[in-house]
Write a new protein. Structure first.
Ligand code: SF4
Length: 268
């Protein structure tokens, strides 16, 4: 089967497994999504969702956060890890958003990656999650691993992996591809123990790099579990790749297909 055909089948199977858009990070607007995504680096989504309510209550937007001190912010985000760098970046981003962009998170990749602490991955998450813009595919550790195993890339460079994926998935699915692959990586295609024996993708997956020492199940299809629609997940392994936020001009719904996650009613 050609790569494009396999990609189409993978997308179809992912949509069967994940028919609804479950959010990972709780955010009400583009600024909150940007902050949450920065905090989620090397941190679980659960932890970030515990920290952000206090942060946004104390500093509701970039203008308020820009007036915070490094020490104040470090104290609030301490539990997310790497808090010094994160605080420095968030304060820098708050100042730039306030001073250069009039308090609104920019809507272009070129402008977003000028913000401290924001690279393509975070920018893709914000563009899609907050504004419904499919500019690229956020490549985090799950996407990177699964793309390789599925034979969609041979690169280890996130930028090249993103290009490879953009070539084979339709543009209107780019945000969803990231979103669903992150869930899929958590639920099935685990880094150390991929559950190939119960994976519906095995019909189209060459399982590149997967061996017995990885904990992979034997390559067989008999008896594998049927595809199940999966809703919420445990929020393990923060990758910040899949959050959806309400558009900045709307407080009541997300930009694309799913309702924004209420800050106090989201995942644990
Ligand atoms: S068959 Fe195995 S390696 Fe391929 S996607 Fe499924 S769990 Fe991952």
């Amino acid at each position: 089967m050609q790569t494009a055909d396999r990609a189409a089948r993978v997308l179809e199977l992912l949509r069967l497994r994940y028919p609804t858009r479950e959010t990972h990070l709780v955010a009400q607007n583009a600024w909150e999504l940007l902050v949450a995504t920065v905090l989620a680096a090397q941190c679980t989504d659960v932890r970030v969702n515990q920290v952000t309510p206090g942060l946004f209550s104390r500093w509701p937007g970039p203008a308020e956060l820009a007036r915070a001190t490094q020490e104040e912010l470090e104290e609030v985000i301490h539990s997310t890890g790497f808090y010094r760098n994160k605080a420095t970046n968030l304060l820098g981003a708050a100042r730039r958003v306030t001073e250069v962009h009039g308090g609104e998170v920019p809507r272009t990749m070129a402008e977003l990656v000028q913000l401290p602490g924001v690279a393509r991955k975070t920018a893709n998450v914000v563009l899609w999650g907050a504004y419904g813009i499919n500019e690229g595919i956020a490549v985090d550790t799950h996407v990177k691993r699964i793309a390789f195993r599925m034979g969609f890339t041979e690169s280890v460079d996130p930028v090249q992996i993103e290009r490879d994926l953009m070539d084979i998935f339709p543009r209107d699915a780019w945000g969803d591809v990231n979103h669903m692959l992150v869930w899929f990586g958590r639920h099935v295609c685990d880094a150390r123990a991929p559950r190939c024996g119960e994976c519906e993708m095995i019909e189209v997956c060459p399982r590149h790099g997967v061996g017995q020492k990885d904990g992979a199940a034997p390559r067989k299809t008999a008896g594998r579990a049927p595809v199940k629609a999966v809703g919420k997940a445990a929020g393990k392994a923060g990758t910040a790749g899949t959050a959806k936020a309400a558009p900045s001009n709307s407080a009541s719904r997300s930009s694309a297909t799913s309702p924004a996650k209420p800050r106090n009613g989201g995942k644990p």
